[in-house]
Design a protein around this ligand. Structure first.
Ligand SMILES: [Ca+2]
Ligand SMILES: [Ca+2]
Length: 438
């Protein structure tokens, strides 16, 4: 039976031996084999030699021959696969990561003599920093294992021989590649050669599973990034994801940020109808106005690419006191379709709270007391005594607080740009405020 299968290759062997006799090692004296008679004896000798040679061949000619044999005789080991560990890498632009080349599901007891592996990557997106077979390699004991790479063509190559062929176990990482991210995008790590040899130098059937590197430059930020609001008023902040890599799938988002609870309080957290992460499966918005924390846990009902950027959720807040509060991201965890976290850059926000315009005595009401203070400031201008500093001897000072025009926007979110005088324009703005609070 074996002879029947191997028989057709005897001629190939003869050809190879004639073309490259030196490649087989002098101790085997193949010239003698070829000169022998009769043919039957020759074939038997070649069969014996095949077993010996197959264990030590290192030449291209033999590799081709053995691949041909392997093609017809490959062992039915359908469960073996070779892939990357992790299968998907999420990295930020300019970052580095290490990925392992892993053999999985090796048949129990399967001895392994060597492994040749080549994979390709996109050299525009990635470059290899280092490639090595660790001392803990799955294919230990390693006799020799050069790993080479080419960052111009985008290729990594391993040629590994073992010093004994013992069963290495079911699964493990053979070698590691440290890579650097050059540009954002999605890079596929594609197996070009997967050649795992048993002790008979036969290639085992192996299922190659490609790897993926998602280079994310996702950013989480607030909209607006710096809010200018009025004490006592409500305002809305959006939490935005931007710069998402084209095609990047998103399964969910966990976000936590902190604010100053003495200056701000949350009125409501809402997922708008057109949320960037629609379709939303479920979301759990929470907030705590004592500790000053907002937390959102959101899951999508599918993980399709949501687009490059958009607002995920809004926070309606109230400005309680004058001052500036930072909005500080403590968690921004974006997950892709495989539940792998993406690299996310966190950009904090600020909220500046100004006094209630028109509330000159700071009691949060606009009333007759404020009108009287305005009357005291009437027609004063920058440089007058009591303009910029409150002075006990000057009633109504500082008069500058009544300089509330020119202004833009709508009460209570007025953007005031004082012009250094309190005149009819300021009276008109005070009247607008008066009427708006009635
Ligand atoms: Ca008042
Ligand atoms: Ca003015």
């Amino acid at each position: 039976m074996i002879k029947k299968i191997i028989g057709p290759f005897i001629l190939i062997f003869l050809l190879v031996l004639l073309i490259a006799p030196a490649a087989f090692g002098s101790e085997r004296n193949h010239d003698n084999v070829i000169s022998n008679d009769p043919v039957q004896e020759q074939e038997e000798q070649l069969l014996e030699d095949y077993d010996d040679l197959s264990a030590v061949n290192t030449t291209g000619q033999l590799e081709i021959q053995n691949n041909q044999i392997a093609g017809e005789e490959s062992r039915a080991s359908g469960g073996i696969s070779v892939g990357f560990e992790p299968a998907t890498v999420n990295a930020g632009e300019g970052g580095e990561f290490t990925i392992g080349l892993k053999i999985n599901n090796l048949t129990s007891g399967q001895e392994v003599m060597g492994f040749r592996h080549v994979f390709n990557f996109n050299p525009d997106l990635l470059e290899v920093v280092k490639a090595e077979v660790p001392v803990t390699s799955f294919l230990n004991p390693v006799l020799t294992a050069p790993v080479t790479y080419n960052n111009t063509t985008g290729r990594v190559e391993l040629n590994l021989a073992r010093s004994s062929y013992v069963y290495p176990g079911s699964s493990g990482v053979v070698y590691n590649v440290q890579m650097k991210v050059k540009a954002k995008g999605i890079a596929t790590l594609t197996h070009a050669v997967v050649d795992l040899r048993d002790t008979q130098n036969h290639s085992l059937a192996v299922n190659p599973i490609n790897g993926t590197v998602n280079v994310s430059s996702a950013n989480v930020n607030f909209v607006p990034s710096a809010a200018n609001v009025t004490k006592g008023g409500n305002f809305t902040m959006g939490v935005e994801i931007s710069n998402l890599t084209a095609g990047q799938t998103i399964l969910g988002f966990h976000h936590v940020f902190d604010f100053n609870p003495s200056l701000l309080e949350v009125v409501e957290v809402e997922i708008p109808g057109g949320s960037f992460f629609s379709p939303v499966l479920t979301s759990f918005p929470e907030y705590n106005n004592t500790t000053g924390r907002v937390e959102l846990n959101l899951a999508r009902s599918n993980s399709a690419y949501p687009g490059g950027s958009g607002v995920v959720y809004n926070i309606i807040m109230k400005a309680k006191a004058k001052g500036t509060s930072a909005l500080t991201h403590s968690v921004a965890d974006l997950r892709d379709a495989g539940n792998n976290p993406l690299g996310v850059t966190k950009t904090n926000g600020t909220v500046e709270i100004n006094e209630f315009p028109g509330d000159f005595n700071g009691d949060t009401r606009i009333d007759f007391e404020d009108l009287m203070i305005f009357a005291l400031a009437w027609n004063h201008k920058a440089g007058d005594p009591g303009w910029s500093q409150a002075e006990q001897s000057i009633p109504g000072s500082p008069f500058s607080q009544c300089d509330i025009s020119p202004s833009s926007g709508t009460y209570p979110n007025l953007n005031i740009t004082p012009d250094g005088k309190v005149d009819f324009e300021d009276l008109m703005v005070f009247t607008l405020i008066w009427n708006a609070t009635r």
